[in-house]
Design a protein around this ligand. Structure first.
Ligand SMILES: Nc1ncnc2c1ncn2[C@@H]1O[C@H](COP(=O)(O)OP(=O)(O)OP(=O)(O)O)[C@@H](O)[C@H]1O
Ligand SMILES: [Mg+2]
Length: 378
């Protein structure tokens, strides 16, 4: 999967940018406030219909304008090109297009343009609340298990109905038991997809961490499914029925699932330094990219903002090596043109984009090497 071209209109300080081609490794460089993150944001908008910096359209759209538009072409290697388009209006309206025709759901975009973001907000994956980790998990399962998404929608419907049944009086008992049964079946299936995904993800994550942070202690990724694992979901729902009625909502289930990274028996977020946390996050995100390739023969695109912050040169290089090894397309930001020279000196398919006051200029393209020796030899 690769982004082949991108048109940006009115995203933050980028009034208009037309980028007709990309390489596998795309470096956006420029001074603070020049618009580098805004380019990554525009790509994110194309794949997710929203920014990774909050959901408000008001902050995303260039001040004084009513809308922003991003259009792009993506292609699977050897596959047909798909044209995607997203428009966001100040009033919150969103319109999505795939091949020129209106798309109904964001999931259509996500399917065509699977994105992984590595930035300062990625710390939420370790230190934030469970929804960030469930989102991470769901993203992965969505891309490798086509039955997951319809099941997830079914589950949402069932839990909504059950919760509203729980809040009503006893007359709703029959209805409640119907929804409980449906929920139990759906939740059990959802959990089985997550468990199967997790069983493949955990060893990939461990071997990535062996390369990124070999000196780290005994590392373990754990999945909490959201209820006592000795019980079926139906049994767990039966056991909590009385208390669910009291509280007026379903307390156990896949909606409470969580992931935990444990090192030598302790929670990673409690023992790791900031840089080590960042490497664990990179490990988690790279493992998903690897698994998607292995299981779905699809590649995700990495949006990497400000990688060097918190990482020393050696670990910075290791992350870049892993990104390179994955063979995925990467969009990465840095301040000065040669900031990433050390990391990508061997990269064969590389493009550099200079960003200045919202203007984006391609510097050099394709078969380019950042290696000064190679450049001198030309
Ligand atoms: N809605 C908006 N309309 C116009 N300009 C905006 C809007 N929101 C932010 N900006 C400006 O856009 C510019 C680009 O921001 P961006 O975050 O992309 O910069 P950057 O190159 O990533 O900088 P840094 O190196 O500091 O991360 C900033 O100068 C910012 O003030
Ligand atoms: Mg930035």
């Amino acid at each position: 999967m690769a982004l082949q071209q991108l048109n940006i209109h009115r995203v933050r300080n980028i009034q208009a940018a037309s980028l007709p081609r990309f390489a596998r490794i795309n470096v956006c460089f420029g001074e603070n406030g020049s618009g580098k993150t805004s380019i990554l944001e525009a790509i994110h908008l194309l794949g997710m219909a929203r920014s990774f910096r909050g959901t408000s359209a008001r902050t995303l759209i260039t001040h004084g304008h009513p809308d922003c538009i991003v259009q792009g072409a993506v292609a699977r290697s050897g596959g047909a090109r798909k044209l995607l388009g997203v428009q966001r209006l100040l009033n919150g309206e969103v319109s999505l297009r795939v091949q020129g025709a209106p798309a109904r759901a964001v999931s259509e975009l996500v399917d065509h343009l699977p994105l992984q973001v590595i930035n300062a907000d990625s710390f939420a994956l370790l230190t934030g609340s469970p929804p960030a980790r469930r989102q991470y998990l769901n993203w992965g399962v969505f891309h490798v298990e086509h039955r997951f998404f319809p099941e997830w929608q079914r589950f949402q419907r069932c839990i909504k109905q059950r919760n509203s049944g729980l809040r009503r009086d006893r007359l709703a008992d029959r209805e409640l038991s119907v929804w409980t049964r449906e929920l139990a079946e759906s939740g059990q299936r959802l959990n089985s997809y997550r468990q199967a995904y997790f069983a493949d993800l955990a060893p990939l994550f461990r071997s990535l961490m062996d390369r990124l942070l070999p000196q780290l202690g005994e590392l373990e990724l754990r999945l909490r499914q959201g209820w006592d694992k000795r019980l079926s979901y139906g049994e767990a729902l039966a056991a909590t029925l009385a208390s669910d009625r009291e509280k007026g909502f379903t307390q156990v289930g896949p909606q409470r699932a969580d992931l935990k990274v444990v090192i030598d028996g302790r929670a990673a977020e409690d023992v790791l330094s900031r840089g080590q946390q960042k490497l664990v996050i990179c490990g988690l995100k790279l493992a998903q990219g690897q698994l998607m390739q292995d299981r779905a023969q699809k590649q995700c695109i990495y949006l990497v903002d400000d990688l060097p912050s918190e990482l020393d040169a050696q670990h910075n290089r290791r992350v870049c090596e892993e990104l390179d090894r994955l063979g995925a397309q990467v969009f990465i930001t840095c301040v000065a043109q040669d900031d990433l020279a050390d990391q990508w000196s061997q990269a064969q398919d590389l493009a550099m984009f200079h960003v200045e006051h919202g203007e984006v200029t391609e510097q050099s393209f394709g078969e380019t090497s950042l290696d000064p020796a190679a450049a001198g030899a030309k």
